[in-house]
Design a binder for this molecule. Sequence first.
Ligand SMILES: Nc1nc2c(ncn2[C@@H]2O[C@H](COP(=O)(O)OP(=O)(O)OP(=O)(O)O)[C@@H](O)[C@H]2O)c(=O)[nH]1
Length: 325
Amino acid sequence: MNTLSAKRFDMEDIFNSLNLGVCVVDADSKVLLWNNWIAKHSDIKETDALNRQFENVFSESVSPAFLTALKNTLTHRLPVVLSTALHRTPLPLYNGCEANQQQTRMYQSITITPIQSQLNESCCLIQITDSSTSIKREKMLRSHSEILKKEATTDSLTDICNRRFFDAHYEMAVAEAKRQKHPLSIFMVDIDFFKSYNDYYGHIAGDNAIKQVASALKSQLSRATDIVARYGGEEFVLVMPHLPQKVAEQFAEKLRSAVFNLAMPHIKSRPFNQITISVGLCTGIPENDDNLLNKADAALYQAKLKGRNRCICLPLCETEEYLEQ
Ligand SMILES: Nc1nc2c(ncn2[C@@H]2O[C@H](COP(=O)(O)OP(=O)(O)OP(=O)(O)O)[C@@H](O)[C@H]2O)c(=O)[nH]1
């Protein structure tokens, strides 16, 4: 440092005005320097800290990781930076030590550096900064990004997965089923005569019906690998790996009856006078160019043609003639 400039300032004043904790300990870890910042955040005056062993200054215990780092620096003369991810609050320092403020333990970033005194003693400089704000900001950013991620993959009306999520998930599920040679079942679900429902009951009631159907479908799922997504307006799709064909067919029927059992009036839907769904299912072990989604959609079309409120299953290995029946 330029001596002339240094002489213009009272170094002790600067030391005590720093917005970080500064402490120097000797080779026996006895405190030689203790600035105002640490005094303020530990509520321990300089006079009560000086000449005492660092770990005995505090009424609460100091983290073992800190003490090991200090010992290592004193012994091996190597600087240490304590990881803030692993050691968030090594020292009992608090924000809000002032009267009427609620005390919260401060998140700290700590570096320990070997230094030499003018009397040639081996000492350690401990520097502490308050990382509470950056950790809080990091937590906030993480939770914002989780909210954004959820919003980007969730359908806002029904709170089930959206089309974007389905598209990505479907690709992965098919690739996985091909690789592992296990069956994959795709269920396409469509609410019957929904245009007339909207026309008769109104769009808000229509939205509510879509929500209830989505929730009935979702309530049938129990495995983490199964998903239900809103595919389009009143159309849904379910992706379920590992189901034998018979079980997949029974599950399609379970979906149909779950919605039927809601018993939601729909006087324009004949002959049941209530909301029903049609289900198209395609199941099998996909190979090469097999397109389960197209076949599930073709099965749904057949279910509509055959009178609605029913499930049609097209196994993946069926021939094209079967589709045209
Ligand atoms: N309320 C509401 N209606 C929607 C929404 N998305 C799509 N729809 C309506 O759903 C109806 C779908 O009608 P169609 O595709 O003609 O089919 P449908 O009347 O259900 O007849 P089938 O499928 O053959 O039984 C249309 O009237 C759309 O406006 C939505 O988010 N909310």
